[in-house]
Design a protein around this ligand. Structure first.
Ligand code: FMN
Length: 214
């Protein structure tokens, strides 16, 4: 049986791939698509799970959300605009995303500015979801205090009954955000901790690539 005492001894050498300037796409969104395809091909579970970090006052906060679209302008996910993250984003639109694909020994870090996508785009995704997910979004006042598990299940049961005879409507406070990147770093694990880090920086509308010490 594993013991926590063994944590310090956990050690992996990364040897699967390299990331060289000559192979990097000049456009980081295209480079992201390439690596995302690799993650799909590798059949990584939930390859679109990413950590979203926000800042509220002087306090950082983070949680996982699911990437639902890669656009030329940025990265789209869906949530409740009234949730804690929604309130934090309203106060400060500077956010960070982080994706790790350990099976590929890769990490991508994105810093950017977040904004809501259009109501039409949110509708399009909302109505593409399974009925139960649509109803779940209606029932959950995400991040608010919940009295008990039973209260949530009862609210869901009531809603399922109600929406037997009417169609759910997307709540105006549930929709998508897009993170428009200003900095994206691609990290490829290498042997002896000499990892590759290529950071794309948006300077005067142009992407420049710099290599960082690991
Ligand atoms: C794998 C995974 C995927 C998730 N995807 C989403 C998502 O796409 N949207 C979302 O609002 N919450 C998602 N969550 C839940 C969030 O991590 C978080 O608990 C929730 O959004 C409330 O965060 P907040 O209180 O900071 O607003 C996901 C959690 C996990 C573990």
């Amino acid at each position: 049986m594993a013991h926590n005492d063994d944590i310090a001894a956990l050690r992996m050498d990364y040897r699967k791939a390299e990331l060289l300037e000559k192979d990097a796409d000049p456009n980081p969104i295209h480079q992201f698509r390439l690596w995302f395809d690799n993650a799909m091909m590798a059949e990584i579970p939930e390859p679109n799970a990413m950590c979203l970090s926000t800042v509220y006052g002087d306090k950082p906060d983070s949680r996982i959300v699911l990437l639902k679209a890669i656009k030329e302008e940025g990265f789209v996910f869906f949530t409740n605009y009234h949730s804690s993250k929604g309130i934090q984003i309203e106060a400060n639109p500077n956010v960070a995303l982080n994706i790790v694909w350990l099976e590929l020994e890769r990490q991508i870090r994105i810093n950017g500015v977040i904004s809501k996508i259009s109501a039409e785009e949110s509708d399009h995704y909302f109505y593409s979801r399974p009925l139960e997910s649509q109803i779940g979004a209606i029932v959950s006042t995400q991040s608010e205090r919940l009295s008990s598990r039973e209260a949530l299940e009862q609210a869901m049961a009531d809603a399922l009954e109600k929406y037997k005879t009417e169609s759910p409507v997307r709540p105006a406070h549930w929709g998508g955000y897009i993170v428009k990147p200003v900095e994206i770093e691609f990290w490829q694990g290498r042997t002896s901790r000499l990892h590759d880090r290529l950071q794309y920086q948006l300077i005067n509308g142009q992407w420049e690539i710099v290599r960082l010490y690991p």
